[in-house]
Design a binder for this molecule. Structure first.
Ligand SMILES: *Cc1c(COP(=O)(O)O)cnc(C)c1O
Length: 432
């Protein structure tokens, strides 16, 4: 099994955190998102522990809620001692309505609207991650109007290509996120921020991409951020107390992906930072990281019911499931690889080569191609692993397919965290 929380039970079924996947499907219906809360907590603890051990006091992980945002995740994140990233009024409202403290929220986004900026300030967001000078001006005005000083991080791009997919690579100079260092614009951005009334700059943010397995890219990023911070110090006399390194540590979707030792990687990055600060005489900043995927991805599984199979001689075998790109668009977007298990026949040989197709009217509606599973019969429960991140969060109603329910497993019990969307929900917005 790919993960330690998965097992085979005496019925020959897949069990998730000890619960029979077929029973879960029978109780809650399919498609179904299942999230193992203990595994989320384990991932949180790995970050908190490693960051506390290796980075200066005050360093902490911020959960990037865009990976999986629903109310039930926030008490988990909060009790594990993480802060959280939010990117919209919707994410802010979700976190706040779950009782998450506003002062532990970091408000991201490359194009926050005026209304969202006002809402964020009003709600007492701890820190804005300011993307550009337009935003800075609006934020300064809002803060002054309310007679407060808003803490901010300034988002810069370090010009790095961490050799991941172009679509999820945001650290390059040519990016719609942040302000580039290379062109000199980032320095002007800092100068401007330092003289904007109502704004207190606590440091710099950069995010270089996603699904990064090695610490080298993060070390390069630290070098560049530090060099930039030294330039800022020399030019403007400003010293940053905080570096935010963004998110992006990879997770293992298939057995061929490397296993990521988060703690070891964090130690390497920390040692690199310490050496850099010693060399440049820069005071060691506290470090923030923004893991999303590596907190929730491997805690999530999607359960589908197999429908028909289609064997096209000389070509391929299709297994159709009752979901697809509407609950998981990642294959359609990035050709992301997944591990698939026939949960109803988890003890049988996984020797049937097939393509898992969704139910939408799109030939691109696939979850995985040319995978091996135990040959499915109609009605079998098909489990797709590692769907905790960017599945629920990216789901849609394309073809008027209803969004699945989300169930969390805590201490051996399943809890319905988000109910299945209904036809009434779907039609409820329509005014004519
Ligand atoms: C997407 C994103 C993250 C989270 O990335 P993961 O790969 O899920 O860890 C963190 N910070 C920023 C700014 C992002 O855009």
């Amino acid at each position: 099994m790919l993960y330690s929380n998965l097992s085979l039970n005496s019925q020959g079924h897949l069990a998730i955190a000890g619960l029979d996947a077929c029973d879960l499907a029978a109780e809650f219906g399919t498609p179904l998102y299942v999230l193992d809360e203990d595994r989320v907590r384990g991932n949180c603890r790995t970050y908190v522990k490693a960051m506390q051990a290796h980075f200066p006091e005050g360093s902490m992980p911020l959960y990037a809620g865009k990976a999986l945002c629903f109310r039930g995740i926030y008490p988990v994140i909060q009790s594990e001692g993480l802060g959280a990233d939010v990117v919209s009024a919707g994410e802010i409202a979700t976190a706040l309505s779950a009782g998450f403290p506003a002062n532990r929220l970091f408000f991201h986004g490359s194009n926050k609207t005026d209304a969202e900026i006002a809402y964020g300030v009003e709600q007492g967001i701890g820190c804005f991650v300011v993307d550009n000078s337009n935003e800075l001006a609006v934020l300064g005005r809002e803060a002054c109007e309310r007679d407060i000083t808003q803490r901010v991080l300034l988002r810069v791009t370090v010009g790095l290509d961490p050799h991941t997919l172009a679509a999820i690579n945001t650290g390059r100079v040519d990016s719609q996120f942040g302000v580039p260092i290379e062109t000199g614009q980032a320095l002007s951005f800092v100068r401007e921020a330092l003289s904007t009334p109502g704004i207190e700059v606590i440091g710099f943010h950069s995010h270089i991409g996603s699904q990064i397995f090695e610490p080298d890219s993060f070390c390069d990023q630290v070098d560049r951020l530090l060099a930039f911070a030294c330039d800022v110090r020399d030019e403007l006399g400003y010293v940053a107390s905080t570096f935010n390194l963004g998110g992006g540590f990879g997770v293992r979707y298939v057995i061929d992906d490397p296993e990521v030792d988060l703690a070891a990687n964090i130690r390497v990055v920390a040692e690199h930072l310490n050496a850099g600060c010693t060399k440049t005489g820069y005071p060691l900043p506290r470090i923030l990281m923004e893991p999303g995927r590596s907190i929730v991805a491997d805690a999530g599984t999607t359960l589908y019911t197999a429908g028909g199979t289609k064997e096209i001689e000389g070509y391929r075998n299709y297994v159709m499931v009752d979901g697809g790109m509407t609950d998981n668009p990642r294959y359609a977007l990035y050709k992301s690889a997944y591990t698939v298990i026939n949960a109803s026949r988890a003890v049988e040989d996984a020797d049937y080569v097939c393509t898992l197709a969704g139910r939408c009217c799109e030939s691109g509606d696939r979850i995985a191609e040319d995978i091996r599973v135990a040959r499915p019969r109609r009605g079998d429960i098909i489990a797709v692993l590692t769907t905790g991140a960017y599945n629920f969060a990216m789901s849609s109603n394309y073809n008027r397919v209803l969004r699945p329910a989300l169930v969390t497993i805590r201490e051996g019990k399943a809890h319905l965290a988000v109910r299945r969307q209904s036809i009434d929900d779907l039609l409820g917005l329509e005014m004519l």
